[in-house]
Each structure stands twice: as C-alpha cells, then as structure tokens.
Design a protein around this ligand. Structure first.
Ligand SMILES: Nc1nc2c(ncn2[C@@H]2O[C@H](COP(=O)(O)OP(=O)(O)OP(=O)(O)O)[C@@H](O)[C@H]2O)c(=O)[nH]1
Ligand SMILES: [Mg+2]
Ligand SMILES: [Zn+2]
Length: 309
C-alpha cells in the first residue's frame, strides 16, 4: 500500500505553499479554490506549521487536499486583500516572544497582547529580552522584572555576544517554536545564532527612527539540524490585534488577576463595578496598573469586534 503523501508547511505565499513532503522533497503545492473558500473566512486555510495531506495528480502538480487538526494556533487578524487571514502559525509548542532592552524599547501593551494571544491559542510563551549589550531605561528594567515577577519564563540574550544562546538552544530542541515580536528586536539574529548553518536575513535599525525595517516579510519554518524540532521566524509585528477570544473570557488570560468569581457581581467586567476584586487588587498593588490598563483596552476592542461580526 502506498503511504499517503503529506507535507509540513514551510511557507505560505498568496496561493502557493512551500511544503516539505514526508518523502523528503521541498516543493510548491497549490491551494485549490474549493478548499480555499470552503473553510470560510474565519480561519486561514493553511498556515505555516500545518501538516497537509497532498494529492499529486501529475508530476509538477501538487495540491493540498486537507490540513490535519491543529494542536495550537497563534492568531492575529490580518486583512490580505478581502481576506481575513487569521492564523499566524499552527502547531507551535512554544512562542518565543522577542523584545529588546533598547532599539527598539519594549512596549508593555504589546507584550501583554502577545501573551494573551499565546494563552488563548494554547501556546506556552517564553519571553526573551535581547540586546543585553545595550543600556536599558529604568522603565524597561522595571518591565522585565514585572513579567519575571508574574512567573513568566524570561531569558536575557545578546545575539552579538551570544549571552543566553546556550539556554535558548536547549529550549528549542525537539519542539516547534515560533519567534514573534516587534521588528528589529533580533528574532532572525537569534535564530541564526542558535541554529548552525541557518542564515536568515538580518535587518538594519534605521538611525532616524530607531525602529527595524521589517526585514523578515513572511513566516518561515526552519528545521533544527539533526533534531526533530523546528523554528518558525515571523515578520515583526507593529500592532497585534486580538481575535477569537470571548470578551467575558479575556480575564482568564491574565494569570495574576483574582478571577473568576471573586467580584461581587458574577458578570463583573472589572471596569468600575462596586465590589470588584480586580479593581481592589490594582489599588493594593497586587496587580500592576499597566496590566490592568491592557485588560481594559483589550476588553473594549474585543467587545467592539464581537459587535461587528
Ligand atoms: N546591539 C545588538 N544588536 C542586535 C542584537 N541582536 C540583533 N541585533 C541587531 O538588530 C537589528 C535587527 O535584527 P533582526 O534579527 O533582523 O531583527 P528581527 O527581529 O528579525 O526584525 P524583523 O525581521 O524586521 O522582524 C540588526 O541590525 C541586528 O544586527 C543584539 O543582541 N545586540
Ligand atoms: Mg527577522
Ligand atoms: Zn471585577
């Protein structure tokens, strides 16, 4: 009996998908109209990290027939033409969220967005603060300590001096890890350092703006040499919208909040209701103001989005 032809999705362009087949070829596969439309606009039909069943009606013609159920998804809304392309990557075991001590300075709101997306998509996060060779502002130092204090796994790295690269390599082995974060923080640089022989394109920081220039333009899967695991590099995110989270369930993605069911009202939105335990925790300092502000911002966004669809 023939073994079914399957492929690991390495990269997704408009209508062409790069797959690595289980018989060891790297080739382009086509998305056919029915499959493309059939999945509706709620989900990306195919994402990097997916395992696809392939049809090969003739040589040079490989078609994606189906996509295996996903273990996890990292989602963001992204409008591509009239398409809402929502799944950034599929099947990641861990998200490596890369920020920098400086150039660019991390924004807490974006850290929180990515952490919430990870919680909601069942992808455990690792926070990496890169560029330890640069001097951090007091705000940035406090921000790193905030997330460490919350119990998130935090790693300090430097792609220039290789500080923290050995522990990073250990964390990557045997798993699928997706690197995400703002442009210019060093995602591709860290992957190049961690994986021998891999040479992803590295950008330059604009002197004028202190920002990266979106060097990586599409999510791309890279195999770890001599290992089962792989790594997915993604383009830098400027804004990261949250989707597919019930507004009422947002609170569950903030592990330090005293929820659920500790406020006076069962349906407390933690805005300024009397007897709100979250509000009390912010006042007493048990919950950081910045985290609460993120919660309020995201809740508003999710409510507006759910009213729209
Ligand atoms: N000083 C310093 N510079 C670094 C470090 N790591 C990366 N860089 C520099 O930061 C710039 C951006 O690095 P990239 O690896 O392209 O960043 P990226 O996160 O992949 O950016 P996008 O692909 O645009 O999302 C490059 O000029 C790197 O040389 C570091 O640890 N210290
Ligand atoms: Mg990059
Ligand atoms: Zn409340």
């Amino acid at each position: 009996m023939d073994m079914a032809l399957t492929g690991l999705v390495l990269r997704v362009d408009r209508k062409r998908v790069v797959v690595e087949t289980n018989d060891g070829r790297v080739l382009f596969a086509q998305l056919r109209g029915t499959f493309h439309r059939g999945r509706g606009r709620a989900k990306s039909p195919v994402a990097v990290g997916d395992v696809a069943t392939l049809d090969e009606p003739s040589p040079d013609d490989v078609v994606i027939a189906a996509v295996a159920e996903r273990r996890s998804v990292l989602m963001r809304p992204e409008v591509v033409g009239r398409w809402r392309n929502q799944v950034l990557v599929a099947n990641a075991d861990r998200a490596v969220l890369v920020f920098a001590f400086a150039d660019p300075e991390p924004r807490g709101g974006l850290v929180d967005r990515l952490l919430v997306a990870c919680h909601a998509g069942s992808v455990p996060p690792l926070l990496v603060f890169n560029k330890t060779d640069l001097e951090a502002s007091d705000e940035t130092t406090a921000l790193v300590e905030l997330y460490e204090g919350l119990g998130y796994e935090v790693l300090r790295t430097c792609a220039e001096t290789c500080e923290g690269i050995a522990p990073l390599v250990e964390l990557l082995a045997g798993r699928c890890s997706v690197f995400a974060g703002p442009s210019g923080t060093g995602k591709s640089s860290l992957i190049n350092r961690a994986l021998p022989g891999v040479e992803l394109r590295i950008g330059e920081i604009s002197r004028a703006t202190g920002k990266g220039k979106h060097t990586t333009t599409a999510a791309q899967l890279v195999r770890i040499p001599d290992d089962e695991g792989h790594v997915i590099d993604t383009p830098g995110v400027k804004e990261f919208g949250l989707i597919a989270i019930e507004p009422r369930e947002l609170e569950l993605n903030f592990p330090e909040f005293p929820v659920p069911a500790q406020c006076r009202f069962d349906d407390c939105a933690h805005r300024s209701e009397p007897g709100c335990a979250v509000d009390a925790a912010v006042t007493s300092g048990d919950v950081a103001r910045s985290r609460y502000d993120s919660y309020l911002t995201f809740r508003e966004e999710l409510e507006q989005a759910s009213a729209r669809y």
